[in-house]
Design a protein around this ligand. Structure first.
Ligand SMILES: [Zn+2]
Length: 487
């Protein structure tokens, strides 16, 4: 584990502190003291121990490190490539056609880049939903990458090139879990999807997970892919554990939510993903009726961003949008927002900690692990006035405002810059991966994969176009922009 050698105490001085303790205490003009790997004290006017690094947090917000419970980190090597994809195009690209081309070094390159991307945005714990592990060499590369970066990670082991009951039967996979060290900074889960086949072949994968003491994370309620049947089968078999995570959980009936709620398992909502890829409507507006715990996630940087500011913002927007829509259908008006900025900050911190069974994360409380983020940007007009700290985090702040990040007591970002990150080496590794993929699948397939064909579209005939205010040429140009106008 290569962590910075510098392990001096760190004292954040005079900030607005979101403790995220049980009472959600917010302190102003307050200090947070980190000693070794632990939050030693939170309060005002704390004494600095000998040799402490003091960080001026005035005008800023000190909060617990954020936690992303579902990200396919290997796909960061193809950042933004699939920006215009649908879920179908994603499945075709990775599952059917090209995911198999990834070598262990490609998994490594994507993971290292994604891991530093997390830290840079104040995401101190990230679940690597790693479903490109065709061999244990790939798995070792994924784990090595995560161990080389000074954040907290959970490697959720998966393999889309084989059925879960096949790859979990591989003795090499079992030996991977036996020989890799689980630590405070690197945990493991099992990642696979349950198709709803009535014979429930995924039972073997669940039993493998239970045998090894691993939580199961699964894409659930994904339109066209997974549905209520998978949840019912696993629940009827008594195989859902309280540490299991149901990702998306979007296209489901109340029966599935009742079953999930009864087990204590949680839901990982990837709003930016669900809104764009088509798994179903981001479900927070309905899961609150079931009391199911929620955490947030970003899913994949092949499409979207890798920061939880965006997750918080998009989740608030989707939830409120749906609530207004449901009310308007009934002729009603929403007069109070059910989902508050404070709730999404909770989900981004303690929600993630709870999903991972980590009571020691997600709070700035003495005795908890020292994963701390300072949001402060004295060069930005968006940094003041600081009136509503939760609202500021959820709707105003962004990754460029992350000033300082501490993980396990180590400073990994200071004064807006990562500490110890070799960006040139990361760039070389990822460039090599891209070059390899392009040469393997061919330039034409690479370009067409990134730019999926747009089916013909048309602009409606407009009865109000009485004049030549819009010329034929203008209308034609507009039609072309959105597809063939067909006229
Ligand atoms: Zn996913």
């Amino acid at each position: 584990m290569s962590a910075p050698a510098d392990h001096r105490p760190v004292l954040f001085r005079n900030g607005t502190v979101l403790t995220m303790d049980d009472a959600h205490t917010v302190l102003t003009g307050a200090d947070v003291l980190v000693v070794d790997d632990t939050v030693a004290d939170v309060g005002t006017g704390l004494a600095a121990p000998d040799g402490a690094v003091e960080v001026d947090a005035s005008g800023g917000i000190v909060m617990p490190g954020m936690i992303d419970t579902h990200r396919h980190m290997w796909q960061t090597a193809m950042r933004a490539y699939g920006a215009d994809w649908t879920l179908t195009q994603y499945f075709v690209w990775y599952y059917l056609e090209h995911g198999k081309h990834f070598r262990p070094e490609d998994i490594h390159a994507g993971n290292v880049l994604s891991a530093w991307e997390s830290l840079e945005a104040g995401v101190t714990t990230t679940v690597d939903w790693s479903h490109g592990l065709q061999t244990t060499d790939h798995a070792d590369a994924a784990a090595d990458a995560l161990e080389s970066v000074p954040g907290r990670f959970v490697l959720a082991y998966g393999n889309i090139q084989a059925a879960p009951w096949e790859w979990t039967a591989d003795a090499a996979v079992r030996s991977f879990f036996e020989r890799r060290t689980r630590s405070d900074r690197l945990g493991f889960q099992l990642a696979f999807d349950v198709t709803g086949d009535p014979s429930f072949p995924e039972r073997a994968a669940y039993e493998f997970a239970r045998d090894l003491g691993l939580a199961v994370t699964t894409h659930a309620g994904v339109w066209g892919a997974t549905n209520d049947d998978g949840i019912r089968l696993a629940h009827e078999a008594g195989l859902i554990g309280s540490d299991d995570v149901f990702v998306h959980a979007a296209t489901l009936t109340a029966d599935s939510y009742h079953r999930i709620a009864s087990t204590g398992a949680s839901i990982s909502v990837s709003t930016e993903s669900e809104q764009s890829a088509g798994q179903g409507y981001p479900p927070t507006w309905q899961v609150r009726q079931h009391g199911i715990p929620v955490s947030l996630s970003m899913d994949t940087s092949v499409w979207w961003s890798g920061d939880l500011f965006t997750a918080m913002r998009s989740t608030l927007g989707a939830d409120r949008s749906r609530e207004h829509l449901e009310a308007h259908v009934k002729g009603d008006t929403v007069t109070h927002s059910s989902l508050r900025a404070e709730h999404v900050v909770e989900w981004a911190t303690r929600g993630g900690a709870a999903a991972l069974g980590r009571d020691d994360l997600g709070q700035l409380v003495a005795g908890k692990k020292a994963d701390v983020v300072l949001i402060k940007n004295d060069h930005s007009p968006v940094s003041f006035p600081l009136l509503n700290p939760y609202g500021h985090v959820a709707f105003q702040a962004q990754r460029g405002d992350v000033h300082t990040v501490v993980v396990d007591g180590h400073v990994v970002k200071a004064d807006g810059r990562l500490v110890g990150a070799d960006l040139p080496a990361m760039r070389t590794a990822v460039d090599n991966t891209v070059d390899f993929l392009v040469s393997t699948i061919g330039e034409d397939a690479w370009m067409s994969g990134m730019n999926p064909d747009l089916p013909p579209g048309s602009v409606l005939d407009n009865p109000y176009q009485y004049t030549d205010y819009k010329s034929d040429a203008t209308r034609e140009a507009r039609g072309t922009m959105f597809g063939d106008p067909g006229s």
